[in-house]
Design a protein around this ligand. Structure first.
Ligand code: XMP
Length: 333
């Protein structure tokens, strides 16, 4: 099994041929490691867990049990897409858990961002552990750990201070002991994407923009309410659709909508219409430590503003955040 240090002579995976070679090696390693036992994987639909799932489906088929937890904070159509790709197309052994109510009930009235993150992270473990306990003969847990995660934990162990907690999944409870399967832990993100494409995953999934573990929960600012969350999800979907149409999705590293808990006065159908603002954030960065603002043509901004204010219930203004990081972080919470 591979250790936690990337060998100096390990070739960077930049082509399909190199990816195919890596995939063949990992398939052999995984088969040797797990034999005929079952492997559990939390499949969020992000690049890393999706690539691990596709790799393990090739290696061990139905011995892999994927659990997709919908915490109610996913973007529009995201969970449906995970089911479509993995269950319908790749015939994965996939358990779908709609835990929306569990999460939103716990989050009701909670406005502190770090508390929100902690609640979401802890409840994710609870839901996942509940599913794990229902299964028999599972000895292994697969994870989409990648090399920057390992480098990051080395830094954390050296006591470097973080601005936000950023952890999505903590440790599982004591009664659940698994041996880890981490087939992509020595890869950098660009290599994971090349491997994902070689595995036949859809381009949009492999090149998807980063999405924080707490999901829309940290973009529906302050205490989350279902109506404001629904407005955020719709506005975000419109932004993504318009960015896709004009090619900006390929050029901008991360782009999303934030909806704060404030209302302003507007007018609609000749009547007073109080609504929330939808705030657009579109940034470019190499490593998420600093970020610059992407210039978006006014024609695109007008189109997005027009659609959001017409199509999204409860939103009556569209604003653009022009703050680089630092001083603003990428997410608002
Ligand atoms: P910030 O807001 O710290 O974000 O500038 C940097 C990058 O990290 C993402 N982010 C998170 N990712 N869990 C995650 O998995 C989190 O709690 C979290 N908070 C921020 C953010 O989307 C950006 O890509």
């Amino acid at each position: 099994m591979q250790g936690n240090v990337r060998p100096e002579n390990m070739a960077r995976i930049t082509t399909k041929e190199l990816a195919d070679k890596f995939i063949a090696e990992q398939i052999a390693d995984v088969r040797a490691q797990v034999g005929d036992k079952k492997v559990l994987l939390a499949l969020s639909g992000g690049v890393d867990s999706s690539v691990v799932a596709a790799l393990l489906i090739k290696a061990i088929g139905k011995q892999l049990v994927c659990v997709h937890v919908n915490h109610g904070l996913m973007r529009k159509d995201e969970s449906e897409n995970v089911i479509k790709v993995f269950k319908d197309e790749l015939d994965a052994n996939l358990i779908y858990v709609d835990a929306t109510d569990r999460f939103l009930d716990l989050l009701a009235g909670v406005s502190d961002p770090e508390r929100k993150r902690k609640i979401i992270g802890a409840e994710f473990i609870n839901v996942f552990a509940d599913e794990a306990r229902k299964l028999e003969d599972v000895d292994f847990l697969a994870q989409g750990t990648i090399y920057p995660d390992i480098l990051e934990s080395v830094k954390a162990a050296e006591g470097k201070k973080a601005v936000k907690s950023h952890h999505n999944v903590g440790g599982l409870p004591e009664d659940l002991k698994f041996e880890l399967v981490e087939p992509i832990k020595l890869l950098f993100k660009d290599e994971v994407r090349v491997v994902g494409e070689a595995l036949g995953l859809p381009h949009a999934m492999v090149y998807r923009q980063p999405f924080p573990g707490p999901g829309l929960g940290v973009r529906c600012l302050g205490a989350i309410t279902r109506d404001r969350l629904a407005a955020l999800r719709e506005a975000d979907a419109i932004l993504r659709e318009e960015f896709d149409k004009c090619g900006l999705a390929e050029k901008v590293w991360q782009y999303f909508v934030v909806v704060p808990d404030i209302k302003s006065v507007g007018v609609k159908d000749e009547s007073r219409y109080e609504g929330w603002p939808a705030i657009i954030r579109a940034v470019n960065t190499k490593d998420a430590m600093s970020a610059t603002i992407e210039e978006i043509p006014y024609s695109v901004l007008h189109k997005i503003t027009d659609r959001i204010t017409k199509e999204v219930e409860g939103v009556n203004r569209v604003l653009m955040d022009l703050t680089p990081k630092p001083v603003g972080t990428i997410e608002w919470e």
